[in-house]
Each structure stands twice: as C-alpha cells, then as structure tokens.
Design a protein around this ligand. Structure first.
Ligand code: SAH
Length: 274
C-alpha cells in the first residue's frame, strides 16, 4: 500500500510501540502546556481521584503527579508504554502516587461518580472526542473536570491534500467552535481552551527524526519498519506545509450538573418521539 494512504492503525501495534517507547511524549505537548491546562482546574480535594487515559510512556503523568501531589491512575492500551512508565515511576519514587493499568479507554470500569479529574492528553481521539466526552462523564463526580487535547482545524476551508489526510486519519477533526459546542452538548461547562504552540509539534517530531535510522537498523530495514518511518516523515512534512490550517487544542471542561447526562438526554428524546 502507498505510505501516503496508510493510517497509523494499519501498522502492527508492537512495531508502533517499539517506535515510540523511547520517546518522552507520543503526541504534541510539553510540561508548560500541561501546567497551563492545570491552571484552569480548581479545588481538587486532597484525596482526589485522577485518571490519565491513553497515558503513553507518561510524560504528563509524572508531571501531574509531581505538581498535583495527588493519586493518579494511568492507563494505556500498549503494555510496552505502561512498562516504560513503570520504570519512570520507580526512578521518580512515585510508586505511592501513581498506579498503572494496561486497559483500553473504551473498557473502563471506574465506579460512577468516582473521579475528580480525567486527563487525556493527545489520546481521546482513540475513542473519539464526542464519544469519550459522553461516555466518561458518568465516571466524574458532580463538578469534576475533564482535560483533553485534540486535533482541530483553524480555518473554515483547507487544501485538499490535508483535508484528505485528516479524513483518513481522524475524520472527527473539527473547528474550535464546534469542539467547544460538542463539549457543552456532552454536559460540561467549557471552562477553557487554548492552542498548543508550534514548538510542541517540533518537540514531538524532532526526537522521532533523531531515532528513525536506529529504528530502521534495529528492524533490519524491513518493509513494515520503512513504511512506518515514511508514514511519520509524511505526517511531519504535511504539518510543516499546512500548519496554518490545523493544530492541537487543549479543551478543559467541568461537569455541569444542571445538564442531564447524555443517556438521560437520549431517553428524553426517545420519549418525545413516542
Ligand atoms: N498522553 C500521551 C500519549 C498520547 S498518544 C502523550 O501526550 O504523550 C495516544 C496514546 O493513546 C498512545 O499511548 C496509545 O497507546 C494510546 N491508545 C490508543 N488506543 C487506546 C485505547 N483504546 N485505550 C487506551 N489507550 C489507547
């Protein structure tokens, strides 16, 4: 298959894990950005329950634990990332603060209304922004917070090449105003949103560019490994060319207890149809 037309899900999961496991972050972001997002979250109780979903190798997990000084349950679908995070937790001496779990964000089993904060930096796209916001709301306590970062269009129109790329890779990409509206529709007060600066993308891309050769060598220049590297080169090239049209945006919301939960809204709709 033409690399340009491959999406990340076409690659073998363990190859992707191997590609990323040495990287600090698996998406655009930085400590400054995590810190900025945190500033919109107030009054977390001392014994708060925090979930970091799609935590990857835990760049933000360690930072959250150190800054919030509260307990965090971090989870990811890739066992290799969890292993790498476990190593970081040991090194940072945070075993008492962070627990890790190899579980999908689509199969979470937190008790209802048990969490004070859900964090999903660069990862909610795996369940889908709207679905994640709706499904996870039940796990949050009244007035609990959600903080996610998500690919977003900055313009109303865009060139065909980049529109096609995102249509194939994540068709839920949309404009800031739509994403904010969707957050409100899912039963949250949209507390804040802000665009991640370009430097966050290069902080994510540059280390990747730095280890591509070693990765290819390790995998004996297999077709699959070459194809994965080409896929990332293409993504980086597209970002460089079209960064005026899209980027990552952090969205922070707070459960709005006056809004019925989504399934209740659906039930009301169902009744009105009858
Ligand atoms: N939060 C990290 C990682 C973002 S990359 C950071 O910002 O650096 C997206 C992460 O979502 C990856 O670690 C990937 O393994 C994870 N992921 C993909 N599908 C998932 C799923 N269904 N459930 C949980 N995690 C998933």
């Amino acid at each position: 298959m033409d690399t340009k037309h491959k999406v990340i899900y076409d690659f073998n999961f363990s190859l992707i894990a191997d590609f990323f496991k040495g990287s600090e972050r698996q998406g655009p972001g930085s400590e400054d950005i995590t810190k900025l997002a945190l500033q919109f979250i107030h009054d977390l109780p001392d014994m708060a329950n925090i979930a970091d979903l799609g935590c990857g190798t835990g760049g933000q997990t360690i930072f959250l634990a150190q800054n919030l000084k509260r307990n965090i349950s971090a989870s990811d679908i890739m066992p290799e990332f969890i292993e790498s995070l476990n190593e970081k937790i040991r090194k940072a001496g945070l075993e008492n603060r962070i627990t890790t779990k190899n579980i999908s964000m689509t199969e979470l089993n937190f008790p209802e209304q048990s969490l004070d904060l859900i964090w999903a930096e660069g990862s909610i796209y795996n369940i889908g922004y709207q679905k994640g916001l709706k499904e996870w709301r039940k796990f949050l306590k009244p007035n609990g917070y959600i903080a996610v970062s998500e690919a977003t269009w900055f313009t109303n129109e865009r060139p065909q090449e980049i529109a096609d790329f995102w249509e194939k890779n994540y068709s839920e990409i949309d404009t800031v105003s739509k994403k904010v509206q969707q957050m409100q529709d899912a039963g949250y007060t949209p507390v804040a949103h802000f665009i991640l600066p370009e430097v966050c993308w290069w902080d994510y891309f540059n280390p990747i560019l730095g280890y591509c050769d070693a990765f290819l060598q390790k995998h004996n220049y297999s077709e699959e490994a070459k194809s994965l590297v080409e896929h990332f080169h293409y993504e980086i090239q597209l970002y460089d060319k079209y960064k005026a049209y899209y980027g990552y945006v952090f969205y922070i919301g707070q459960v709005n207890s006056e809004t019925p939960a989504c399934n209740e809204t659906n039930a009301i709709k169902d009744l009105s149809i009858r």
